[in-house]
Ligand binder design. Structure first.
Ligand code: C5P
Length: 400
């Protein structure tokens, strides 16, 4: 989670700043917004206040009633891990390039030591103007970064290069600013459900969306790890920088994980693996008949139990999605499967479990420590799990 300032200047793309603020919040970042007076002609401070959950800074000299007056722009400049200027008008780019600082946003940009990223949005001719381009070059030279605009339809009725990058692309740039504290680690993550065939058209599965496992893979890659994601069928987008191995059945997943095991430093098993599969798979579609039908099931291999039995240097984290007696079941699995950690959650709770964007996890360690995490976005929860894994890896390394 990072402290992010979103500075909004006066262009029609300001409405997309609202979407960006919402997205950053969902990703677990704490967002504070600053608006120039021109920005307030396009959207209101109330919009960004509601989406960020924080008061919006608009005025240098007349802070809002609920803000403390303590040279706010300097305090905020220090607080930030990153400043995003969304949208960045030609005017604002020119102002910063020439060292002008006469309002809340420009003074904050001038005073911060955090990375500042501009997302320009303007008419294509304005963007192509040599003065604007020179200002951008000056800022780049000084270490400021840009998410370039793209070709597209512009608000002025023309089309060309000047349309602001999407909120998703702007948010993704934040990830490249992350500390690469997992560099050198090979992490295998499993995610999603498995599918066990009944006949050529039917299968057994479960409600797993893959969101938690994909979030772990994404965050691990963002922090520099070499990540292999072994995924059952999932609609989640493949995180960039992650190697994905797609599988269907538990047995496919078993083979894929085994192939990665020797080289892995860490295995995190977030997949919801089917414990049973149909004993025989019909080669033709099963036809209905008058009476009931019985489907005979046989056990699937327990992948994690196998990994536990064959563990050498690897750190193993399992997941326990439970509907009752969470602690007892989790501790049982931790011991039985020789795990280093088990991340347990009660999937009957409204903010946890299948398909949700948030999770409330309690992590039990083999060392007896219990880490109760608050309700977090799955990305933020993933980071906490990775912190525990990293701490364990570093303490193992220090001992060896
Ligand atoms: O299904 P169960 O609650 O035992 O799952 C606990 C952990 O074991 C999870 O991390 C799951 O991915 C893993 N598991 C597995 N192979 C199975 C069943 C579960 O790896 N056949």
């Amino acid at each position: 989670m990072a402290h992010v300032i979103v500075g909004v200047t006066g262009g029609i793309a300001a409405y997309k700043a609202a979407e960006l603020v919402s997205l950053l919040g969902k990703q677990g970042h704490e967002v504070r917004c600053i608006m120039t007076s021109a920005a307030q002609q396009f959207i209101t401070p109330l919009t960004l206040q509601t989406l960020s959950g924080n008061p919006v800074y608009t005025d240098m000299f007349h802070p809002q009633d609920n803000m403390e007056w303590q040279v706010e722009h300097i305090g905020l400049a220090r607080w930030a891990d990153c400043v995003l200027i969304v949208p960045a008008t030609a005017d604002f780019i020119g102002k910063v390039a020439h060292g002008l600082a006469d309002d809340f946003l420009s003074t904050c940009v001038m005073a911060t030591a955090a990375p500042v990223i501009f997302a320009p949005a303007m008419n294509d001719q304005m963007y192509a103007n040599p003065i604007v381009q020179r200002n951008i070059a000056t800022l780049r030279e000084a270490g400021y970064r840009f998410v370039d605009p793209v070709d597209g339809n512009l608000a002025c009725g023309t089309s060309g290069k000047g349309k602001m990058a999407s909120p998703g692309e702007i948010a993704a740039v934040l990830e490249t600013l992350r500390e690469q504290d997992l560099r050198g680690l090979k992490i295998v993550v499993t995610a999603g459900p498995t599918r066990e065939a009944i006949d050529p058209v039917r299968f057994m599965t479960n409600h797993s969306s893959g969101k938690m496992g994909y979030a772990i893979a994404r965050q691990a890659a963002n922090r520099g790890a070499d990540v292999v994601l072994v995924s059952g069928p999932s609609a989640q987008p493949v995180p960039s920088g992650v190697t994905v191995v797609k599988v269907a059945s538990a047995r496919d997943m078993f083979e894929a994980v085994k192939a990665q095991y020797d080289a892995a430093d860490v295995v995190i098993k977030a997949a919801a693996v089917a414990d049973y599969r149909p004993k025989t798979v019909a080669t033709q579609k099963i036809k209905k008949s008058e009476g009931d039908m019985v489907l005979e099931l046989e056990r699937n291999p327990d992948i994690l139990a196998w990994l536990g039995e064959h563990k050498k240097h690897q750190i193993l984290m399992g997941f326990a999605a439970e509907t009752n007696d969470v602690r007892e079941h989790a501790l049982g699995k931790l011991a039985r499967k020789h795990l280093d950690f088990i991340a347990a959650n009660d999937v009957t709770m409204s903010h946890s479990g299948f398909g949700k964007d948030t999770n409330q996890i309690t992590v039990y360690g083999a060392d007896g420590r219990v880490h109760e995490l608050p309700v977090l976005a799955k990305e933020a929860a993933a980071d906490q799990l990775l912190n525990l894994v990293l701490e364990k890896y570093q303490s193992k390394k220090a001992l060896s």
